[in-house]
Design a binder for this molecule. Structure first.
Ligand code: ADP
Ligand code: MG
Length: 320
């Protein structure tokens, strides 16, 4: 049973950044508006995430750490209409199989917080703290040295974690985030508009030369900002695409945006952008890969054409 858990964990928890992603999605699912991420040694030593969401009731704490204990699928039809970010009910169990996990949480109606340390077999004990949840993940892969060997340097693992925080913070300007590494605060983003959040994260070059996009056609809507190459330096990490609020790196979408830039601006420089495509969840499958970074559209040609034309039209405003 323990071995099976550890193997399953490898799929969900391939490195510290994967833990950070799952925990941030849980915090957002819980309606948090304030999230603090504290990392030590690239997240391998410690990942601690605190949110002010609705919390977990004392009797639910062991369940949260048990496999397939998701509170997010009410019925089978929900599977096709996954509104919340997580729905597999195995992230926390997988993380607990390969690290030392403690969960402290308080719901609005509880007189105080409760905590559980280690596994779903452990006893729930009284604790303290405000409404919301803190989850601490320590010594990742302490019991699976073979996996631990595949981790890169502290700075590299930290970089992956910070990238995950950036991606999520870019999609949620309505939530404040803070990120620290080895006790030092690295980033702090307060609640603001999307225009401001994207400027904070992508820098002043992007803020000064970009076009706003908001176009709809039938069930499709594209919104966000397309940077202009005149000012924005070409940077490999400045391209962000979201489908229904979820960060994706999808060939079809990247191609559509790139083709639009080439069509209008002819250059081979590829500026920064932050774009969100919203569509009926029934028209897209976001569950093709455990890390959920690729998507499959029911009508990929229509999506490609729509994205291409929307970006093309926005960019054409400048070259007219
Ligand atoms: P999933 O997110 O797929 O349901 P997880 O293993 O990530 O599964 O989490 C298990 C359960 O623990 C969730 O369904 C949720 O009820 C609870 N939970 C986890 N993290 C939080 C959090 N930060 N705030 C409130 N509830 C949480
Ligand atoms: Mg989850």
């Amino acid at each position: 049973d323990q071995l099976i858990s550890q193997i399953a964990a490898g799929e969900v928890v391939e490195r510290p950044s994967a833990v950070v992603k799952e925990l941030l999605e849980n915090a957002l699912d819980a309606g948090a508006t304030q999230i603090t991420v504290r990392l030590e040694e690239g997240g391998v030593k410690r990942i601690a995430i605190t949110d002010n969401g609705r919390g977990i009731a004392a009797d639910q704490l062991p369940l949260a750490l048990a496999r397939h204990a998701t509170s997010k699928i009410a019925s089978l039809t929900d599977l096709e209409n996954v509104a919340t970010l997580g729905f597999r009910g195995e992230a926390l169990a997988s993380i607990a199989a390969v690290a030392a996990v403690s969960l402290t949480s308080r719901t609005a109606d509880a007189p105080h917080a409760w905590e559980i340390v280690g596994s779903h077999h452990a006893a729930v004990a009284p604790s303290s703290g405000p409404q919301g949840t803190t989850i601490e993940v320590q010594d990742l892969y302490f019991n699976t040295p073979a996996r631990r060997k595949f981790l890169k340097s502290e700075q590299t693992e930290y970089g992956h974690c910070a990238e995950v925080v950036r991606r999520i913070a870019l999609a949620r300007p309505d939530v404040s985030f803070s990120l620290s590494h080895n006790g030092r605060t690295i980033d702090q983003w307060s609640v603001c508009e999307m225009a401001k959040r994207s400027a904070h994260i992508l820098g002043s070059d992007f803020a000064e030369a970009r076009l706003a996009i908001d176009e709809s056609a039938g069930p499709l809507r594209l919104h966000g900002f397309a940077g202009l190459p005149t000012a924005s330096k070409a940077r490999a990490d400045g391209q962000f695409f979201y489908v229904n609020g979820r960060y994706v790196r999808d060939k079809l979408l990247v191609h559509a945006v790139r083709a639009a830039y080439q069509d209008v601006l002819h250059g081979d420089r590829f500026p920064s952008y932050v774009l969100g495509l919203d569509l009926d969840p029934a028209l897209v499958d976001v569950n093709v890969h455990p890390s959920k970074i690729e998507v499959r559209f029911r009508d990929s040609r229509a999506v490609h054409q729509f994205v291409f034309h929307a970006v093309q039209r926005a960019l054409s405003q400048t070259s007219a």
